[in-house]
Design a protein around this ligand. Structure first.
Ligand code: HEC
Length: 467
């Protein structure tokens, strides 16, 4: 029965075009004959009134059946219903008055013809709002015209994502997915299940059965439950056989909910890992060179916590971000008087283990055994150990630093025997070795070796390690 009602109801959208055309035509004709009493009025007009009235009543009846399916904006629906009834009633009155009783003259023409036109226009406009949303007409209008019509000016469309790291988690990832597959049925003019999926705030409001999204909890998030059902399941979303999410899109929605549903923030700020970035790239179908890497060429990290930075600073380290965009730290140690850097200092660096990209411990009184700890800072790109009494054996643990590019060992106690250790550093670009016992002969075969200050060409941005 329910199906039958809906089946018929859907014909409303088709049937309503008839009365609109017929009644608009006949109302204008009646106005014309009202103002031109001498013009000959064809008898056919009477039949057209009858057709208009019958088709209006049928369209209204079908419209009522359609309204039973629910999910429309209640206020607009009620107004549309009232104006639909006024249209039908006026059509009947028009048929009786003009067609049967043969009323003529300006008074009748203006009253019935005029009301008919106004009712048709109003009912039609409200109906359009119901199906397409009130913004439909002005959706693509220029902003000045939108404001005249009482709509918010449109915000500039988001530029397509080209660097995923800079994509906004909601505006560039979650929202486009919902717009693609869900918002057609979950928007202000068609609120299926009492749920709006058009804005962050509305998603969080949930629907008839409660929370659509419970941050961090998939099974308590109706949205996740629905999109993860078997497509044949009654509750599967999107319903009605509409194109569903791809596997990657479903996983991204789940990832977002598990990541406690952030409202904003770039993927880089959120410290999204590379696998997830790949998944997101597949879900929103961006063909980009996905930058998994920070501008330093290291994996993207979130900024180090304030607590860790405070702790380092309280010990006499100077900790600053490598750049505005990077989560990595540049750390310098300033020795007070003759006191050497302590084991406690070195151990504290481990709290920022993943964040330290540049480390300057030059002239800090560093000892061989402390290098073992430093060798655990696996994201080190630049390390300055100059002017410390470190030796060939002391620097051996540095072999485990996969990213190290620049190493300053000048004025240390190393000799040619340190070079086999440096050879093992896969990314070493330059090692500063002057004022050490390293010989020119041993170093000529090593492209990274810089043994005379005179050879140094200081790269523009690379100012710290070369001093
Ligand atoms: C063709 C229309 C249509 C589309 C498209 C659609 N939905 Fe729905 N949705 C419905 C209807 C109708 C209901 C109410 C009946 C029900 O609960 O199954 C509903 C209900 C829901 C509910 C439950 C609301 C509540 O609180 O009861 C959720 C969650 C939901 N949809 C999510 C989605 C998501 C996510 C998408 C996009 C993947 C989507 N829907 C796409 C029609 C649609």
């Amino acid at each position: 029965m329910e199906d039958l009602i809906l089946f018929l109801g859907h014909f409303h959208v088709l049937a309503l075009h008839l009365p609109i055309g017929i009644l608009a035509f006949v109302a204008i004709a009646e106005l014309y004959f009202g103002f031109k009493p001498n013009a000959e009025r064809p008898a056919l007009v009477n039949t057209i009134w009858l057709l208009g009235a019958v088709s209006a009543v049928i369209a209204a009846g079908l419209g009522y059946l359609l309204s039973l399916s629910g999910g429309y904006n209640e206020d607009t629906l009620e107004l549309h219903l009232i104006w639909g009834l006024i249209t039908s009633a006026t059509a009947l009155i028009g048929w009786v008055a003009f067609g049967i009783k043969g009323r003529r003259g300006k008074g009748w023409a203006i009253t019935i013809g005029g009301i008919q036109l106004v009712a048709l226009f109003t009912a039609g406009h409200l109906g359009g709002n119901l199906t397409h949303g009130p913004e439909y007409l002005f959706e693509h209008a220029p902003n000045p015209i939108r404001s005249l019509a009482g709509f918010e000016p449109k915000s500039a469309p988001r530029t397509p994502v080209s660097d995923l790291a800079q994509a906004d988690v909601f505006l560039d990832v979650v929202q486009p997915l919902l717009e693609l597959r869900c918002v057609t049925c979950h928007n202000p003019s068609k609120i299926k299940g009492g749920l709006l999926l058009d804005t962050y705030a509305n998603i969080m409001l949930g629907g008839d059965s409660g929370a659509a999204v419970t941050p961090g909890n998939l099974s308590a998030s109706e949205l996740s439950v629905r999109i993860n059902h078997d497509p044949a399941h009654d509750d599967y979303m999107p319903s009605g056989g509409k194109t569903p999410f791809t596997a990657a899109q479903t996983q991204v929605m789940d990832w977002w909910i598990l990541a406690v549903a952030p409202e904003s923030g770039t993927l880089s700020d959120l410290g999204v890992d590379t696998d997830t970035l790949d998944l997101i790239a597949a879900a929103i179908e961006v063909e980009v060179t996905v930058s998994h890497l920070d501008e330093l060429g290291l994996p993207i990290v979130t900024a180090a916590s304030r607590d860790v930075i405070m702790k380092l600073e309280s010990l006499g380290f100077d900790a600053t971000p490598v750049s505005e965009k990077s989560g990595y730290l540049d750390i310098d140690f300033y020795r007070i008087g003759q006191e050497s850097i302590s084991d406690e200092h070195i151990a504290a660096l481990l709290q920022a283990r993943d964040h330290i990209a540049w480390l300057n411990l030059g002239n800090s009184g560093l000892q061989d055994h402390q290098i073992e700890t430093i060798a655990q800072l696996s994201n080190l790109l630049k390390l300055d150990l100059s002017k410390n009494p470190v030796t060939d054996t002391g620097i051996i643990p540095l072999r485990s630093l996969p990213n190290l590019q620049t190493l300053n060992l000048h004025a240390t106690k190393i000799t040619d025997d340190a070079l086999p250790t440096l050879d093992k550093l896969p990314n070493l670009e330059q090692a500063f070795l002057w004022s050490t016992a390293v010989t020119t002969e041993a170093s000529t075969t090593r492209p990274y070796a810089r043994i005379e200050t005179g050879f140094i060409v200081v790269p523009a941005e690379d100012d710290e390690s070369n001093e």
